[in-house]
Design a protein around this ligand. Sequence first.
Ligand code: GDP
Length: 304
Amino acid sequence: ETLDKGLEKSKTSFFDKLSKAVAGKNKVDDDVLDNLEEVLVSSDVGVNTTLKIIDRIEERVARDKYLGTDELNRILREEIAGLLSEIDAGNATEFEIPANKKPYVIMVVGVNGVGKTTTIGKLAYQFKKAGKNVVLGAADTFRAAAIDQLQIWADRTNVPIVKQSMGSDPASVAFDTLKSGVSNNADVIIIDTAGRLHNKINLMNELTKIKKVMQKVVPDAPHEVLLVLDGSTGQNAFEQAKHFTAATEVTSLAVTKLDGTAKGGVVIGISDQFQIPVKYIGVGEGIEDLQVFNKFEFVDSFFK
Ligand code: GDP
């Protein structure tokens, strides 16, 4: 029920818009489909994914000849759940890491302001609560504030942090962090990286270098490259996903600030368009306001 609460805005708005889209109609026709398209696009599902969903519903209308608007909810829900299920994130409900990967190294990427540091802090808290040894690495050395912010979260969660001074080599910080993590028996190592939007080649070079250096300590690191996106920024989030997936292999997504937006559809669109599973969602500023993304619960929360 916390998920429902966190997503209250998205849910109500989507539901309202959906009922307006079908008001006065008892069958799904071109009008209803046009309205539905608008609702999906305005909920930040994204144009490509919206068209995919509309196509699928059109197919069903063509096949079944008649589709009542009272059935539209159920069908829409099936189609969206179907889309999300094509991207396998497993179906974890807890903050878990694979038992056979120790230390488990998560490299976190994303632009400034999206909630990257907060997400790292929340993750550290959750893994620690689950009994894991966590170490943080402040490899965003570009801004002094980034290092300070991460230090605050390290203090708050009582988790060790490895850092150097501002302007130092991010790869060197990552290397030190993994060394320290290994010798201190860490279960999870979370590495923050610079969030400035540099050009693709620079970004690619920087992230590649960090990865290579980490692999000197843990050969299959990073086990996860987590891209943090602000769910309230719609098209910007799509652009950032494009940018980062072009620069490195992103393996999972965290979508933040879903509590403050009426546009939770971004979760569906980005995941579909980039074929990357959403692993976590942020639903508030507090330390506990991070949830493991469960696609079935998410879809349910929209259609209940
Ligand atoms: P960074 O620059 O990407 O590291 O961003 P920060 O972690 O510093 O977060 C930027 C702002 O967004 C802060 O005020 C956070 O409290 C806020 N924030 C982060 N995640 C969430 C979330 O899920 N919901 C809300 N409402 N605010 C968030």
